[in-house]
Write a protein that binds this ligand. Structure first.
Ligand SMILES: [Zn+2]
Length: 292
């Protein structure tokens, strides 16, 4: 991927004021447990928020506006610039696709744990989108896991994760998410199948951005531009985090009734649809039979 650093206006940096010491509840799990939970939660979508009652939360976790010093490295700062550049590009793509319907969001970068409008969230939960405050939440540590545990390295694999979360923002803005939640409440049996369709659509929306980013000549304009091999990285990431593959990794078998994100094949299929069409209309996972 080719990209250039911008002004970080797509980032809310909470790395210095998040963490277990700032109101989060320390969880006695080792690094292995942390890593496993991060993968599971992000990929299965279940339990990705630990909801604690507000009374158990320390006020310091919600303090805003006070820039706190961040212990960081040049490599990590480069990742912050990368996230900002991808966010900017994904969002400008959606502003074009939905000229009247798109509103900008930001990525909240945090470490270990953060108090979001959706409750107390730990890094172990992986990246997520909170519909209540319409923000994407990300601990940069997840990128390492994506590459090392999932076997999905590379810039575009990371960009796909970000674009997938912005896909959930689009679903929020267009009312799709609201409709799905209502349908799930009316029919609890349809909860997981509907969740799968919602997630596959976010994959397809990520692909729609990938299509835009693959157009030549973008880097010269300071935009993100995909290079040879990037699409394969993204497809590899989509394949790496299918429910079936994760269940095999963790439980040793596949349990289709517990699917919340779709199989590897489905995730690849819908990501590919968005990639090849560049058109969000091709992402109607709700009125189509599941991908073959
Ligand atoms: Zn998702």
């Amino acid at each position: 991927m080719r990209w250039s650093a911008g002004d970080r206006s797509n980032i809310e940096d909470a790395r210095g004021r998040s963490g277990f010491g700032m109101g989060g509840r320390a969880v006695p799990i080792g690094l292995g447990g942390f890593v496993l939970l991060a993968l599971l939660s992000w990929a299965t979508g279940t339990n990705f928020l630990s909801l604690l009652s507000p009374t158990t939360t320390d006020d310091s976790a919600t303090t805003v506006g006070q820039p706190a010093p961040v212990n960081t490295t040049p490599a990590e700062e480069r990742e912050v610039d990368f996230v900002d550049a991808v966010m900017k590009d994904v969002q400008s793509t959606w502003s074009t696709l939905l000229p009247r319907g798109y509103r900008e969001t930001r990525v909240v970068l945090f470490r270990d744990a953060i108090n979001s409008a959706c409750g107390m969230a730990e890094s172990a939960t992986g990246p997520f989108y909170c519909p209540q405050d319409q923000r994407v939440y990300l601990d940069l540590g997840f990128f390492e896991e994506l590459s090392q545990r999932f076997g999905a390295p590379g810039d575009f694999a990371r960009a796909y994760v970000i674009a997938h979360e912005v896909g959930h923002h689009v679903q929020r803005l267009t009312g799709i998410e609201r409709q799905v939640r209502a349908a799930q409440e009316n029919n609890p049996a349809a909860q997981n199948p509907l969740s799968v369709r919602l997630e596959l659509q976010a994959d397809c929306f990520a692909g729609v951005w990938g299509h835009a980013a693959s157009q030549p000549g973008r880097a010269a304009k300071g935009q993100v531009e995909l290079e040879a091999g990037d699409v394969e990285q993204g497809l590899q990431a989509a394949a790496a985090i299918g429910d079936d593959r994760l269940q095999k990794m963790t439980a040793g078998r596949v349990m289709p009734d517990r699917f919340t994100h779709g199989t590897s094949a489905q995730r690849v299929e819908w990501f590919r649809r968005g990639l090849s069409s560049g058109n969000p209309d091709s992402c109607d996972t709700f009125n189509q039979q599941q991908a073959h």
